[in-house]
Ligand binder design. Structure first.
Ligand SMILES: [Ca+2]
Length: 146
């Protein structure tokens, strides 16, 4: 391999590297842009930073909703309000779980009473209806980024 070929290979590698970084940056921006209120679907979508959005409605739409974050203590939902000021104790009927995010929930405040969990191991956001006995019964929760 002569000098000219070495330079050519080196340039191609650099181009692939820069192109790869550009594609990754675009994908990351798309993921960030995904989080937030989406008017056409009437819902707030979580991102991949360890986020769950809980709704009063069983269709995961409209107000009231509350955005729950990894690292925040929600041991008593009587003290937490949704986007329109409504307290969220015994209200949750549907959750949208961010990618690679785990949601744990308890019947009573201070992580007491019956316990349940949902672990979203996928790279997509997942909508899950809280049905049956658990509907309007959750009083404390935890959110974990996996
Ligand atoms: Ca409800």
């Amino acid at each position: 391999m002569n000098y000219r070929n070495i330079v050519s290979v080196s340039c191609k590698r650099s181009f692939v590297g820069i192109f790869g970084i550009a594609v990754l940056s675009a994908l990351m921006l798309a993921a960030v842009a995904l989080a937030g209120w989406d008017a056409p679907t009437n819902r707030y979508n979580p991102d991949g930073t360890g986020m769950v959005v809980a709704y009063d409605s069983s269709t995961c739409t409209g107000n009231p909703y509350i955005v729950l974050y990894h690292g925040t203590t929600y041991k008593d939902l009587t003290k937490w309000s949704g986007a329109n000021g409504t307290k969220f104790n015994d209200l949750i009927s549907c959750i949208i779980v961010g990618p690679k995010t785990k949601f744990e929930y308890w019947q009573h405040k201070d992580y007491k009473g019956s316990y349940g969990s949902y672990n979203n191991t996928s790279d997509q956001i997942v909508t899950k209806v809280i049905s049956g006995w658990w509907d309007n019964s959750i009083s404390s929760v935890k959110v974990w980024k996996q």
